[in-house]
Design a protein around this ligand. Structure first.
Ligand code: UGA
Ligand code: MN
Length: 315
């Protein structure tokens, strides 16, 4: 071998140099290929092993698929609307597996509302359901948010099979803990709502662990004197009650809807928020703001005000 090598070198050193560097290059090319192959193969094997490892790990609490929550929010155009939706939306953003059904009392959707919902980033469906004309022009109390909520029920009857529904007015305050508690409602669940009437709270009364009536500043002959923010209903149970709906009857919307879920035993009503010892929802009310005064488009042409203008509600 040594001989041959010497011989070769001696016989044609020039040619040898060339073939030598060529074969070196080829060898280098081959080993690069080999290392690349090994590298890619090893990476693939690691990835497969890691996936297998992950698949064997029990799911953490966050990854377990929870029953879906359907939050039905009536809304309507007014100076506070986008602010209210923004505040509620960022509360809902803390909740997993939730669909926000935003239903506006209007004849058509408003692109500014859609833009606000897009920016918040909570999964949503934006629908409209105008209040029937006959109620719009009455001087008496109006059935606020009723056509919106009934539209939400129709949506669920057509599109949902499991999970829980909850009527969340756009102006109330919600602790996110209540959403995790209501998620497992079998039929109907209830809990206290703060800032309702002169009693300061509307709540089921629990005596010796059992539902024993309701505490509320206004009973009004209702079987269920509860606030809209104080109960949730299972979607499966809603399917078993195809005629359940909310009446256009101011003050009696909650009562009428809950009555339409009959038969429902008191013992079937689940009591949340530490068996109604805690307050996790509040019937907050926003101060009414006057519509924005007219805008002088000539004086403020070519300024930022021309852009802000479109967000305002005018008289
Ligand atoms: C209270 C209850 O919390 C409501 O659930 C109930 O519908 C209402 O009384 C009633 O009995 O009429 P309150 O704070 O007085 O609610 O009413 P609003 O907050 O003004 O309206 C309730 C919901 O309906 C809100 O989400 C609101 O955006 C919506 N709404 C209100 C409409 O969709 N259209 C309207 O013309 C007014
Ligand atoms: Mn309200």
């Amino acid at each position: 071998m040594n001989n041959t090598h010497t011989h070769n070198r001696n016989s044609n050193s020039n040619n040898n140099k060339m073939t030598g560097s060529l074969s070196n290059k080829m060898a280098l090319g081959k080993s690069i290929k080999m290392y690349l192959t090994i590298f890619v193969a090893t990476t693939c094997i690691y990835m497969v092993l890691y996936q297998y490892h992950l698949s064997r790990q029990p799911l953490t609490a966050n990854e377990v698929v929870k029953p879906p929550l359907y939050i039905i929010t009536p809304t309507y155009r007014r100076p506070e609307q986008l602010a209210e939706l923004t505040r509620l939306g960022y509360t809902l953003k803390h909740v997993l597996n939730l669909l926000w059904l935003v239903i506006e009392d209007a004849n058509k959707t408003n692109p500014l509302v859609a833009h606000t919902l897009d920016r918040i980033g909570v999964p949503y469906e934006y629908l409209v359901a105008p209040m029937p004309e006959q109620y719009k022009h009455t001087k008496k109390a109006k059935p606020r948010g009723v056509s919106n909520r009934n539209r939400g029920l129709d949506y669920l009857r057509a599109n949902a099979s499991e999970g829980v529904l909850y009527f969340a007015d756009d102006d109330n305050t919600y602790d996110v803990n209540i959403f995790e508690q209501m998620r497992y409602t079998k039929k109907v669940s209830m809990w206290p709502v703060g800032l309702v009437t002169k009693t300061g709270v509307s709540s089921p009364i629990i005596r010796e662990g059992k539902l024993d009536g309701y505490y509320d500043g206004w009973i009004g002959g209702r079987k269920y004197p509860v606030d809209m923010a104080g109960f949730a209903v299972s979607v499966k149970f809603l399917h078993e009650r195809p005629n359940a709906k909310m009446p256009f009857k101011p003050g009696y919307e909650e009562d009428g809807f809950l009555r339409s879920l009959a038969p429902l035993q008191n013992s079937e009503i689940e009591l949340l928020a530490d068996e109604c010892r805690d307050i996790l929802t509040w019937h907050t009310q926003t101060k009414k703001n006057p519509p924005a005064q007219p805008f002088n488009a000539t004086r403020y042409a070519n300024t930022n005000l021309a852009f802000i203008e479109k967000w305002l509600v005018r008289p």
